[in-house]
Design a protein around this ligand. Structure first.
Ligand code: TXA
Ligand code: MG
Length: 344
């Protein structure tokens, strides 16, 4: 059934209306500082199932629960540890998600069957208001069709989900532009499961101890099977289930160029000319001199723009794989399906 997707603003009336949809078990996309999320009442298993259906998302890929107040933590987990509190005090509201032990009350459809749950407090007033007004904690996967680039504007959400959800709250465009850092807090040594705007170094500093990185983040699998699952050897087992899927893919073919910057520019220019002779339209994403935060902010929006313009091939230059650069490269590798051209 096709729904009449309404685009809402952020007035009190809009938020009240959106909250009524959530309370009735419907779906509302909401703005955050990272990317737009697709919201439903996290404690209503049926509503959560609708989110998987609307996105076409595999059901073993768990969702983040969005909260508006520190005390909401105790609705999903039994105990807030000292380490968790330190991160909450420093980074919330903000682009950090913590994986913590899940209370039995949290529907297992939210956690993909796991006994842990991912939680974050987004830095977006309309979304915090929506949580408070509805009285519901919200699941919020990125509000795109599964596999597509994540949405950083309300119109990106509408492009993907029009007719599939009840409403979209249009807020400011997302200032971070890539999804939150996901850190597993269930063992003594925290582990980053998905890199993001908040870096390993920042987490380490606040906690006063070492923070690990899931080794799968840096591993480059070779191919995707027909279901979009990354296929490699036995060792590729990312701990965040979502990290094993093909992701963020533009319609265009995408190639990442690495190597000496001058040689890369030459190689790209040459190949662009060659391809033009075959009638292919090539566009480039140059990250050489760009500050990684800027690259993060533009990345997904740029992919969507090129798709709209029917670009055939996207050439992208790589960023250094540390700090926020690592988070951008993690997305870029997946967008390109690990299609990498090493220029010697
Ligand atoms: O910035 C964000 O985090 C955005 C905005 C909307 O808040 N949301 C987002 O959600 O990116 P999603 O569903 O696209 O990504 C959630 C990631 C997935 O990689 C998922 O596998 C992982 O978090 N995750 C969720 N729950 C988990 C759990 N219990 N254990 C391990 N990984 C988990
Ligand atoms: Mg996503």
């Amino acid at each position: 059934m096709l729904l009449d997707t309404r685009i809402l603003g952020t007035t009190e009336k809009d938020i009240e209306y959106a909250a009524s949809i959530i309370k009735e078990g419907g779906l509302v996309a909401f703005p955050t500082e990272t990317v737009y999320g697709l919201g439903a009442n996290a404690m209503n298993a049926e509503a959560v199932s609708k989110v998987y259906a609307a996105k076409g998302r595999p059901s073993d890929n768990p969702m983040i629960v969005h909260i508006a107040r520190d005390k909401h933590m105790l609705r999903v987990t039994d105990q807030v540890t000292e380490d968790m509190q330190k991160l909450m005090d420093t980074f919330w509201p903000g682009p950090l998600t913590m994986v913590v032990p899940a209370k039995p009350e949290v529907p297992r459809v939210v956690t993909g069957g796991l006994d842990t749950v991912a939680v974050r407090m987004p830095d977006s007033q309309p979304t915090l208001d929506l949580i408070l007004e509805s009285g519901c904690l919200l699941v919020g996967p990125s509000a795109n069709l599964s596999g597509h680039p994540s949405p950083t504007t309300a119109s990106h959400v509408d492009d993907d989900l029009h007719g599939r959800i009840e409403a979209i709250i249009q807020g400011p465009d997302c200032k971070v532009g890539i999804e939150s850092t996901v850190v597993d807090m269930t063992s003594e040594i925290p582990m980053i499961l998905r890199p993001g705007f908040i870096t390993k170094e920042q987490l380490s500093e606040v906690l006063g101890k070492e923070v690990e990185m899931d080794p799968a983040i840096l591993q480059k699998p070779d191919v995707f099977d027909n279901n979009g699952l990354l296929e490699t050897d036995e060792n590729y087992k990312p701990k965040a289930p979502g990290m094993k899927y093909k992701h963020y893919a533009p319609k265009a073919e995408m190639i990442i160029f690495t190597g000496d910057p001058e040689k890369v520019m030459l190689a790209m220019a040459e190949e662009k000319m060659e391809r033009a002779q075959f009638g292919q339209r090539v566009e480039v994403m140059l990250y050489g001199d760009k500050e990684p935060g800027e690259a993060a902010k533009e990345f997904f929006a740029q992919l969507r723009e090129y798709d709209k313009a029917n670009v055939d091939v996207i050439f992208a230059t790589a960023l250094a794989e540390d700090g926020i650069g690592l988070a951008v490269m993690n997305r870029m590798f997946k967008s390109a399906g690990y299609n990498i051209r090493e220029i010697k």
